[in-house]
Write a protein that binds this ligand. Structure first.
Ligand code: GTP
Length: 246
């Protein structure tokens, strides 16, 4: 526990789409400012925050590979897109007075620090927000898997996965209005039911290391702060679910 926070350290996973706002592509600066303000409120609780951001608002590796670009190359292009998003988010956070560091899994020293686990932890201890860019640095891995991996490496207490939807449903709520939301669900049920929330590598990594994941809507104001203060929001994925759908 740290100040008003229930956690010492959290890993916030944001998809690239969270920066898109009403645009069809790229970064909407008002949306980036909104997310940054949400992170500021969360940081004021005293929690240490690391962020992994995706790149889908700029480039979708998997889709591009379907369309003919070789998969590994497409994935590297996607990783580069995450670096663009990381720099945009860093800028938005620093506009609001937070100290930040971007660390990239692909070395590009003119642009960002290289990923060094112990250095990342040191930054976090000093109250800096650390943004991990370029995924895991490897093709065939998603940024969700990067989030799970980095969370484990830095000893985060939880992965907070911000999405457009406020949790995990029995079916896609945007297509099935009758779908029910889970308040808790086990890792194994997510895998068995094939719920499209995080890829199976990321879920399995969290399951094997008993790292809880909370899936929540990034669109609702104060959600990150409220989660960090211990309020029940979205869906928690853990070893043994005690509650089911709500
Ligand atoms: P302390 O060691 O805690 O003082 O951390 P620090 O990050 O303030 O120290 P450092 O001197 O390593 O970094 C100063 C600034 O340079 C920070 O904004 C870093 O993000 C940046 N920086 C450090 N290493 C690199 C690098 O390899 N590439 C780039 N582009 N920036 C770097």
């Amino acid at each position: 526990m740290n100040g008003r926070s229930c956690y010492k350290r959290v890993l916030l996973k944001l998809s690239g789409e969270t920066l898109i706002g009403d645009k069809k592509y790229g970064i909407d600066s008002a949306t980036a400012a909104f997310i940054a303000a949400e992170v500021v409120k969360a940081a004021e609780t005293g929690v240490q925050i690391a962020i992994v951001i995706g790149g889908g608002n700029i480039f979708r590796g998997v889709q591009a590979s379907v369309e003919g670009i070789e998969r590994a190359s497409a994935d590297y292009m996607g990783m580069l897109a995450t670096v663009i998003n990381a720099l945009a988010l860093q800028n938005a956070l620093e506009e609001l007075g937070l100290q930040t560091r971007v660390q990239s899994a692909i070395e590009m020293k003119e642009v960002a620090e290289a990923y060094i686990r112990r250095k990342a932890i040191r930054h976090l201890e000093k109250g800096r927000i650390v943004i991990f860019a370029a995924g895991t640095g490897n093709p065939y891995f998603t940024t969700d898997t990067a989030a799970a991996l980095r969370a484990m490496e830095i000893g985060a207490d939880v992965v907070l996965k911000g999405t457009r939807v406020n949790g995990i449903y029995t079916a896609d709520p945007e297509k099935n209005p009758g779908a029910n939301k889970f308040s808790e669900i086990s890792y194994i049920d997510v895998l068995k039911r094939g719920l499209d929330v995080m890829d199976s590598t990321a879920i399995t990594l969290c399951m094997d290391n008993n790292l809880p994941i909370v899936v929540f809507s990034i669109k609702n104001e104060d959600n990150i702060k409220n989660l960090i203060e211990g309020n029940k929001i979205g869906t928690t994925i853990l070893k043994q679910a005690t509650a089911s759908t709500v």
